[in-house]
Design a protein around this ligand. Structure first.
Ligand code: SF4
Length: 484
């Protein structure tokens, strides 16, 4: 592996490094063919464009010339400067805002602006602002004291001011030095122990292979960064070692760090055994599966949402008119997508859902995870459903996710719908698809509808995806029954 000393560090690379040191290294030296496309970056970019449009005023310009002319808003400034020794730092600053001060151009100066998704301001936002701030300092010869963060909440753009203190700036310089060291190295930094970060990372397939091959503890469902460290402290360094240890021994050792760690020792040993042998392990006799086994027909229910505006835009149902143990022809399954175009059309949606549930009275409603019942019952309450109606619906729900976790330990890295369905051999019709992609399709479809009334084929793709989510839930339920 060749090291690339001349490669400048840019804001993109710094962002990657803050998320995961290995990610930054892979961005330079990794095999790009192994990188997956993810919808997250497009969603983020669209969100950024929305936020920036909102800020734009008449007096805007592009590039450094616009700063010289004192425009209120300046787009697309590219700056570079060796903020650390022997390494050029490059910043593509999407937008700057004019503020008070004394710069080389007159009695005004500029401050950096960025847009954020997610609930909180993170270290990543602070460091990226700080990097932009130091580059602007160098250009305008006037210190940047604050940066702005734009955030869209319920369709309203909020502006937060962040003080760029000496502490933040020195954290940035330390980070740049560490990043510099990492990319000088011939070997990649280790896989992050906080594997939740990997779910939306485009290098996840590549890293997964490495982690499985190396028997990394972070591969075991239930072991996060902290627990991995504790296990290392007591001499357990990989899945094999964890799978072999006796339960009482592990409990005794982990209890010293707190009973919450000791109490899950059995669970993580079983999980390690299941993953290292690639076999499922039965945890309990499946008595409570009677309501699944004996029901003569089901509804399966799955929702697609836009979390930024708390809008469940699609309520999908499939209906199975037979016992679970019978063969099911997936091609002929009846799928009903109930769209909720706007948040304020819930009244009509609730009537349609109620009609459907009443029409199939008595059929249990299978779902995967707690989101569906919570959203549906809240919707009913908002629409004035009576307490007895709500109770009756509540009793019909069967959470397949809960059942599977109660009865089986599976050789999967996490107990999400995709991982379990993949383990039992179910494949989504559309490849490399997830909730983020469905959300992107939805937003694009809504935009195309708003602009010129052209109905893009995105809606069909969303329906296919949602239908497959329902079928995956159904197949897991069938798998549960088939194990008896
Ligand atoms: S998949 Fe995980 S470990 Fe690999 S680069 Fe991405 S975040 Fe880091």
């Amino acid at each position: 592996m060749k090291c690339n000393k001349s490669k400048p560090i840019n804001d993109h690379l710094l962002r990657s490094w803050i998320r995961c040191r290995r990610k930054a290294w892979l961005e330079i030296y990794g095999d790009k063919q192994k990188k997956l496309w993810t919808a997250h970056s497009t969603l983020q970019l669209n969100h950024q464009i929305d936020c920036f449009h909102n800020l734009a005023q008449k007096r805007y310009g592009i590039g450094i010339q616009a700063c010289e002319e004192g425009k209120n808003i300046v787009y697309g400034v590219r700056l570079k400067f060796p903020l650390i020794k022997n390494r050029i730092i490059k910043g593509n600053l999407p937008i700057l805002k004019k503020t008070s001060g004394e710069s080389i151009w007159g009695n005004f100066s500029y401050q950096p602006v960025l847009a954020r998704q997610g609930k909180k301001i993170t270290r990543e936002h602070r460091l990226i602002l700080s990097m932009a701030g130091l580059l602007i300092n160098n250009l305008q010869k006037y210190p940047v004291q604050k940066g702005l963060i734009l955030h869209k909440e319920n369709e309203i753009i909020k502006v937060e001011k962040i003080k760029l203190t000496d502490n933040i700036n020195s954290d940035l310089i330390d980070s740049l030095l560490n990043l510099d060291r990492d990319i000088e190295s011939k070997t990649p930094p280790p896989i992050t122990s906080n594997r939740k970060k990997c779910t939306i990372c485009s290098w996840r397939k590549d890293c997964e292979k490495v982690a499985i091959k190396g028997g990394y503890l972070s591969e075991v469902s239930g072991i996060g960064a902290k627990r991995e460290l504790l296990l290392n402290k007591i001499g357990i360094n990989n899945i094999e070692e964890l799978a072999k240890i006796k339960h009482y021994k592990l409990k005794e050792k982990l209890d010293k760090f707190g009973t919450q760690h000791g109490n899950i020792s059995k669970q993580i040993i079983l999980q390690a055994q299941s993953q290292s042998t690639n076999k499922s392990i039965k945890l309990n006799p499946a008595k409570e599966l009677n309501n699944l086994r004996n029901a003569k027909g089901f509804l399966v229910y799955d929702i697609e949402s836009d979390p930024d505006i708390k809008h469940d835009f699609l309520h999908g149902f499939i209906r199975i008119p037979n016992y679970l143990c019978k063969d099911i022809n997936l091609k002929t399954i009846k799928y009903s997508p109930l769209l909720n175009l706007e948040k304020n059309t819930e009244n009509f949606l609730w009537k349609r859902i109620k009609r459907k549930l009443n029409h199939h009275k008595g059929l249990p409603i299978l779902h995967f995870g707690e989101t569906e019942p919570i959203s549906l019952l809240k919707l009913g309450l908002r629409q004035g459903a009576r307490p007895d109606e709500i109770d009756a619906i509540k009793k019909r729900f069967i959470d397949i996710h809960l059942l599977i976790k109660e009865y089986y330990c599976l050789p999967v890295r996490n107990y999400g719908l995709k991982s379990i369905a993949e383990y039992i051999g179910f494949e989504w019709e559309q490849s490399n698809i997830d909730g983020a992609r469905a959300l992107l399709w939805w937003r694009q479809w809504k935009e195309s509808r708003r602009l010129n009334n052209i109905y893009s084929k995105n809606l069909n793709s969303i329906f296919k995806y949602n239908r497959d989510d329902c079928i995956a839930t159904l197949m897991i339920a069938k798998w549960l029954i088939a194990q008896e």
